[in-house]
Write a new protein. Structure first.
Length: 618
């Protein structure tokens, strides 16, 4: 009786499996799959990217993907736009910004390499626009930009970028950003309409009740096909197929039953091996947790490790042997970008000197990041604290830590599929494991770019005071690139040697910028570092100092790459030469973001990361 019950159970599973397979085969692009029930239907020339619907083929440049139920357009630029509606007959696509401010995306919305164009209106300005932020009351200017003005002390306006811009009253206004030619109505709302000209099949095919499809000969050649069968016809096909398969299973039931019983016995023998494999596999890539799991892991958030500007860090346990650090992000608007940056950058990284992201949670308004637990906390705890803690790290160990950090940053620049610019290298973001091996952490300000890209576009400076490279503050010094991380790493090296923050102006009771004080003394042959005896320890301190001074050169072109930095730190230091003086002759007590002020105009607003009190991941 038990064997017969198992047979009917297996037969039922087979019917369900084959029915689902048949449905999946029918769920191709002709049947218009959607990201959600009421979302826009996706068919040719559009198609799904990232294997979300493997049977769909698209015309080049018409890729879409699903994100939390929303249908997103896969543009050749790093901005996210949601598809609200697609009119296949008129060949128009209706887009909106998930962050409710389409105007904020206009500066980076370059459609030259995509098949889409804005639908023209009578107010199109061929020269583009300039957005200004103006203080005080509202102005009688061309186009008000309400989404940029919301929650701000300023009002934002878009003014046509023409020869008559000088005639507009711009008193108490600041140039915010340039915008390419777009329809003027995008400034007052959160959506826009784009159209496409190729492939042109809307009027010839869609308007007559048929669908466009790619030819079997070429994906760029378009043909018209009939609409897919109705739901009733599909159900009838499924019933016939199920009856046929059922007859087949009835004839082969005994054979199947024997095979399944054998597999069940075999599975019981290998269950422990499978569970062990799944445990190991889970440790290799980030896991998405639900919030109830997070509460269990942290024992209801009972052990707090630290707190910073972005959230609170708790200690948790995945098992009796595996501890983790759980960062619960604050419920604020800014955390959306930081959360996405952390998951999409560190989630793909596997390097001994980069902290590992074990998992994450995105449930409603809750955002949580789960990292490997590092018992010795941050490097800041050892180089800026008591003399006993600093003395616990020998100069050989400091060199090992510096070399590990350099290798981790070099991996971010050259070892991944895309170059990762960290933009916040500092002692607080260098964590130490039980063996004091360093791991780079906190990728909330990171930026992804192509390895072939020599510079990146920045709309605002990012980082922490004292570690921000000059080019992030003013374009006078050059373009922003991976050399900005080299500058921050150089400041970190000088702090490791001197045991004080680089923005400290009180060195031996003399008002002087600390890195400049280091350069002056080293240039005069003074061995200024404390508790360093002659021999290897003195050579290590000198090597770390000279490498750090090479890294903080004022102009990016004068700084070495992280690969060259690793080579210098691995060498014996005998061939290292003093770099040029990186500090201009100026009053060092006047600082901008931790660097001596020189005559330049700051073009970008600062985005400064708040620091954690306890130096844990925060």
């Amino acid at each position: 009786m038990s064997a017969l019950s198992n047979f009917f159970y297996i037969l039922l599973l087979a019917f369900n499996l084959l029915s689902s397979l048949h449905t999946a085969e029918a769920d191709d692009c002709n049947n218009q799959p959607r990201c959600r029930r009421r979302g826009p239907p996706i068919r040719y020339p559009f198609g799904f990217k990232h294997n979300q619907h493997q049977n769909c083929s698209s015309h080049p440049g018409f890729g879409v993907y699903c994100s939390n139920g929303d249908t997103m357009l896969d543009l050749p630029i790093s901005i996210n736009l949601e598809i609200k509606k697609i009119d296949y007959a008129s060949q128009r696509i209706f887009l909106s910004d998930p962050q409710n401010c389409f105007a904020r995306k206009l500066q980076d919305l370059n459609l030259s390499s995509s098949p889409f164009q804005f639908v023209a209106d009578n107010s199109n300005n061929g020269d583009g626009y300039v957005i200004f932020n103006c203080s005080n009351s509202k102005r009688d200017l061309e186009y008000h930009v309400p989404c940029l003005s919301s929650g701000s002390a300023y009002e934002f306006y878009a003014v046509p970028n023409s020869s008559f811009i000088d005639l507009v009253s711009l008193t108490n206004c600041t140039r915010y950003q340039d915008v390419p030619p777009v329809p003027s109505d995008v400034f007052g709302k959160n959506d826009a309409v784009l159209n496409w000209s190729e492939p042109a099949c809307g009027a010839n095919c869609e308007a007559f009740g048929k669908f466009c499809a790619a030819s079997n000969v070429s994906t760029t050649k378009v043909i018209c096909v009939d609409r897919p069968p109705s739901d009733e016809e599909e159900k009838e096909k499924i019933i016939i197929a199920a009856a046929t398969v059922g007859s087949f299973f009835m004839l082969t039931a005994i054979t199947i039953l024997i095979i399944v019983i054998y597999k069940i016995i075999k599975d019981r023998e290998n269950r422990k091996k499978v569970e062990g494999f799944l445990e190991d596999y889970r440790a290799l890539k980030p896991t998405r947790f639900c919030y109830s799991d997070i509460r269990k892991i942290t024992n209801q958030f009972s052990e707090k490790l630290g707190e910073g500007g972005y959230g609170v860090v708790y200690k948790g346990k995945l098992s009796t042997e595996i501890s983790v650090a759980v960062k619960v992000l604050n419920n604020s608007k800014e955390n959306g970008e930081e959360f996405v940056n952390e998951v999409k950058t560190i989630g793909r990284i596997h390097h001994v000197n980069v902290v590992r992201l074990v998992g994450f949670c995105a449930e409603g308004f809750r955002r949580v990041l789960v990292y490997e637990f590092l018992p010795n906390e941050s490097l800041e705890k050892f180089i800026f604290q008591s003399e006993s803690k600093r003395a616990s790290l020998s100069w050989e160990k400091l060199l090992e830590i510096a070399l590990g950090i350099a290798k981790g940053v070099e991996y971010l620049h050259q070892g991944c599929d895309q170059q990762i610019l960290h933009f916040d290298i500092k002692p607080h973001n260098i964590l130490l494991d039980q063996n004091f091996s360093p791991k780079v952490s906190d990728f909330g300000l990171a930026k992804l770019c192509s390895k072939e890209q020599s510079a990146v576009t920045m709309t605002a400076a990012r980082g922490t005071i004292g570690y921000i490279a000059p080019e992030l503050l003013s374009r006078t010094f050059g373009r922003v690139s991976y050399k900005s991380d080299v500058y921050s790493f150089g400041m970190l090296l000088l702090e490791m040697v001197g045991g004080r923050k680089n923005v400290d102006l009180d060195v031996n009771n003399s008002k002087v910028y600390f890195p400049q004080w280091i350069y002056n003394h080293l240039n005069l042959g003074d061995e200024f570092w404390v508790h360093v005896e002659e021999g290897d320890e003195g050579n290590i301190a000198r090597k770390l100092t000279i490498v750090g001074l090479h890294c903080i050169q004022w102009y990016p072109a004068d700084r070495p790459s992280m690969k060259a930095v690793v080579q210098m730190l691995e060498g014996d230091g005998t061939d290292l030469v003093m770099p040029p003086n990186p500090f201009p002759t100026t009053n060092a007590t006047h600082l901008v973001a931790g660097i001596p002020q020189v005559p330049f105009q700051i073009e970008l607003p600062l985005i400064l990361e708040s620091e954690s009190e306890n130096g844990a991941i925060a």
